[in-house]
Design a protein around this ligand. Structure first.
Ligand SMILES: Cc1ncc(COP(=O)(O)O)c(C=O)c1O
Length: 395
């Protein structure tokens, strides 16, 4: 099957509005962080009802800066799960901290609050917890926050998958001390690369503003537009280069206005997938559909194969789908499988039975808002026919 006939894993949705936004910035002559980024921050803060929203060049940078602003550093530990993107963990390591891992829940992909509590009783150096709303389904945040307050640790939500996601408790990414969103190329809204940190702590917010721009105490836009001498600035501490340029912010501003439309379309496609896989007698036996729940942003659609019912492996299943022209992905390869993590922490995968099971048996199906009905049907048919070929009959 040629690449052209394949169903991609993701396609961004852009209109002439995003194109015009880029042209507006190019024609303005101001390319780096400036008025578009300030406007994006204001609009994003209003959307998730957060006092402060700070644009950064990736969620990875956002995770790093939020931890640094809360004082994470050498000698500290940061708790997360092995079932997430690698930078959830490596962002702590870059600050001189070490990672402690807790397993995910048996019936989902998010961190298990009980495993958090066990880790906190065993490890007094834990300074922050990073729960990850995998695929866009919010973690059990009120339980996590109760535990965190009891042990006096900070909570930074990795909300890379969960925009827009609203629960009774509020917007995911605004349910803890800080939340970090991603605008990476395949995310729910995108400008290619980018991220946003939301928080309600003014001091931490001021520090992040400096840290994201070399530790400089005035933004370049402030220096350009203010009456004070534009060439003068101070450097208050060693910072990074993590600002979001206006070209990207202009795209993100348009995408923000379309976020709910995108979410609704993805949710409808996911409902179609789940209906098809639970109604078909073969896929009902072989495939565990993803968990549902309040406020799901439906960034990704993860299926888990029942390991006792499959002939062969998840990778064989994935290859068969690819041969049928269906692009797939894997969220996530657990950290304990990576060479980096083996060398640094030498974890035993059996200590994380839920992450191990998902890591061996899960794959991600194509999902994007403009998927056409026949794209969705082709994915469903390919999953059903592959399941027919790969199901093991009951002994
Ligand atoms: C759960 C999770 N956290 C963090 C990130 C990092 O996002 P970014 O690519 O914006 O740095 C990703 C990106 O894929 C992710 O999936």
């Amino acid at each position: 099957m040629s690449k052209a006939d394949s169903i991609p894993f993701f396609k961004p949705s852009f209109t002439s509005e995003e194109e015009e936004a880029v042209l507006r910035v190019l024609r303005s002559g101001w390319l780096t962080t400036g008025p578009e980024t300030l406007a994006l921050e204001k609009e994003f803060a209003a959307y998730v009802q957060s006092p402060y929203a700070l644009a950064v060049n990736s969620a990875t940078s956002g995770l790093l800066l939020a931890q640094q602003a809360f004082g994470v550093g050498p000698g500290d530990k940061v708790l997360t799960t092995p079932y997430t993107f690698i930078s959830t963990a490596t962002s702590a390591v870059h600050l001189g901290a070490e990672v402690v891992y807790a397993d995910i829940e048996a019936d989902g992909f998010n961190i298990d609050p009980q495993a958090i509590e066990r880790a906190l009783t065993q490890n007094t150096a834990i300074k922050a917890i990073i729960p990850v709303h995998i695929a866009g389904l919010p973690c059990r945040m009120s339980e996590i926050m109760d535990i965190a307050r009891h042990y006096k640790v900070r909570v930074i939500e990795d909300a890379a998958h969960s925009f827009p996601s609203k629960t009774k408790e509020g917007w995911a990414g605004n349910l803890a001390d800080a939340g970090v969103f991603s605008f990476y190329a395949t995310k729910t809204i995108t400008c290619g690369e980018g991220g946003m940190i939301c928080l309600n702590d003014q001091q931490a917010s001021e520090r992040i503003k400096r840290l994201r721009s070399h530790g400089i105490d005035r933004t370049i836009w402030d220096r350009y537009t203010s009456n004070k001498a534009s060439w003068l600035y101070d450097v208050t501490e060693a910072g990074w280069k993590c600002n979001l340029p206006d070209i990207l912010s202009a795209i993100a501003r348009v995408q923000l206005t379309r976020a709910e439309e995108f979410r609704a379309k993805r949710a409808a496609i996911c409902a179609q997938y789940t209906k098809a896989f639970t109604e078909n007698p073969i896929t009902r036996e072989l495939i565990e559909p993803p968990p549902e729940g309040e406020g799901h942003a439906w960034h990704l659609y993860l299926i888990t194969l029942q390991s006792d019912r499959i002939k062969g492996t998840r990778d064989d299943f994935g290859r068969m789908l690819q041969e049928k022209g269906i692009s797939i992905s894997m969220h996530f390869i657990p950290h304990f499988s990576f060479d980096w993590c083996k060398k640094r922490y030498n974890l035993n995968p059996n200590d994380f039975p839920n992450a191990k099971r998902r890591g061996n048996n899960t794959l991600t199906l194509p999902l994007w808002p403009e998927m056409r009905e026949d794209d969705v049907n082709r994915v469903i048919e390919a999953v059903i026919s592959t399941s027919k070929a790969m199901i093991r009959s009951r002994p």
